[in-house]
Design a protein around this ligand. Structure first.
Ligand SMILES: Nc1ncnc2c1ncn2[C@@H]1O[C@H](COP(=O)(O)OP(=O)(O)OP(=O)(O)O)[C@@H](O)[C@H]1O
Ligand SMILES: [Mg+2]
Length: 453
């Protein structure tokens, strides 16, 4: 695809000659005679590079540069400066311009600078995509996770729309990123929209964009996320919170791959793959009349369910390892490990906030624990109270290798249960189970139990 260049200069002769030369070189050239016009053109379609004259009436090159960088920090801008404005040009590079070329223009220099700037941009994009790739890894080897990974491998290279469902913090966003990265669209970044975070009256303009003056406050034309995700992937997070109106427009794109901006009549064709996610039960939302059944069926062609953490407790040791390493890397604290019985304790908690909850706890423990091994006594409630009461898995006999471990576990579960029975009253519990109060206190502390008081 031809790279596009926007030439901004108030001198018609410069525009004309650059247009000729750059077009001959195979660039797609656009022009603007002043700063305002340049900003409008950029809003309309982001070029790969802007050649920007410094001295222009009204909005000068520097002011224009500042405005461009505000809304498009990664857009490459090369300044063109006449005699005596070199200082200004230097200032421009500090403000984010890639380089500057002196006037009168040497065409050789112009072409060389443009090539450099575009190459630089390409490398930057490559690096950020690589970083992005390294960031997302689904950890776990449980059957549930192996299943999930297998499904992802199958759907990723297709263009099929995907609906990801799962409880809070199970990794839905992570799954969406992974699908995008394994898809044929991964050379472009995934565009994300959190449907729950946008006020209902703005969601349409956010998704589809709006024309200038479409409503009060719509000063300039704005491209919507569907536009921006052309040839890439659009991630509609929390789709269950989308308004019915936005749902019906989204359904139309799904069917026809085209739409109009708010307040506009021009039909825009796009090639967008949508990945949607929700923690709601969409079938229940359909019953209530808040989610369109037809959209649900179109989206749900490929449903992916991300299993809650309590259904794959065997992944916990691996996740703990990954997160402790991550935290110590980020905080430069020494790496820590979890003792066997601490891991066993965490495996029995029911994790209503799933992997995110586990990650937050690890961060807290790595920072707060002074020894390099995290033990049951370091684990605060409610995380140390998994034992059956929340429907989490009970310890089973196979979990233990030694008599000592098995006995300790029995003791912990027994005391926790009795404590609950007596509402955390240590004296009453001690009396009821027939041990010394001080002895019970020691055990409560050792097992990190919560008396609820
Ligand atoms: N299998 C996994 N391996 C490694 N990290 C994971 C895994 N699952 C989730 N995470 C991490 O847990 C955190 C929460 O995941 P994510 O944001 O993808 O969840 P979500 O389902 O989108 O949550 P929400 O419902 O709150 O939007 C993130 O930091 C993510 O990187
Ligand atoms: Mg999410």
């Amino acid at each position: 695809m031809a790279r596009s260049i926007l030439v901004v200069d108030d001198e018609a002769s410069i525009i004309q000659s650059l247009d000729g030369v750059l077009s001959d070189e195979g660039f797609d050239v656009q022009n603007a005679g002043n700063g305002m016009e340049a900003l409008e053109k950029i809003e309309d379609e982001i070029p790969d590079l802007v050649l920007l004259d410094i001295w222009m009436p009204d909005l000068d090159g520097i002011e224009t540069l500042v405005k461009i960088k505000e809304s498009h920090p990664h857009l490459q801008v090369v300044m063109m400066s006449g005699h005596g404005t070199i200082e200004t040009a230097v200032k421009a590079t500090k403000l984010g311009a890639y380089d500057f070329i002196e006037k009168p223009l040497s065409l050789e220099k112009v072409l060389l600078t443009i090539q450099n700037a575009l190459e630089h941009k390409r490398l930057e994009e490559e690096i950020s995509l690589l970083k992005e790739k390294g960031k997302h890894r689904i950890t776990g080897t449980s059957e549930a996770i192996r299943d999930l990974k297998a499904q992802i491998r199958i759907v990723a290279p297709t263009n099929a729309w995907v609906l990801i469902s799962g409880e809070n913090g199970t990794g839905k966003e992570l799954v969406a990123h992974t699908i995008h990265q394994l898809s044929r669209r991964s050379h472009k970044p995934m565009v994300e929209v959190n449907c729950a975070a946008i006020p209902e009256e703005l969601i349409e303009s956010e998704l589809f964009g709006h024309e200038k003056g479409a409503f009060t406050g719509a000063g300039a034309m704005k491209r919507g996320k569907f536009d921006l995700a052309h040839e890439a992937t659009l991630f509609l997070d929390e789709i269950g919170d989308m308004s019915l109106k936005a749902q019906s427009k989204t359904l139309r794109i799904l069917q026809e791959q085209k739409f109009e901006r708010v307040g506009g009549s021009k039909t825009i064709h796009v090639d967008v793959r949508v990945i949607a996610a929700t923690n709601k039960d969409l079938e229940a939302e359909i019953e209530k009349g808040t989610f369109r059944e037809d959209l649900y069926f179109r989206l749900n062609v490929i449903p992916i369910r991300v299993p809650p953490l309590r259904e794959r407790a065997e992944d916990i040791p691996e996740l703990l390892e990954e997160f402790t390493e991550e935290v110590s890397l980020n905080t430069s604290l020494p790496s820590k490990g979890f003792s066997e019985d601490a891991i066993r304790l965490l495996k029995r908690y029911h994790w209503p906030g799933n992997v995110r909850e586990l990650k937050n706890l690890v961060e807290r423990l790595v920072i707060m624990t002074s020894s390099d091994e995290i033990r049951p006594a370091d684990i605060p409630p409610p995380f140390n109270q998994g034992e059956g009461s929340h429907g989490g898995p009970e310890a089973s006999l196979e979990d233990f290798d030694t008599y000592r471990e098995a006995r300790a576990e029995f003791e912990r579960v027994f005391i926790a249960r009795k404590l609950r029975e007596f509402n955390g009253n240590v004296s009453q519990t001690a009396e009821a189970i027939g041990i010394e109060r001080s002895n019970l206190h020691k055990k409560i502390k050792a097992y990190g139990l919560d008396t609820g008081r």
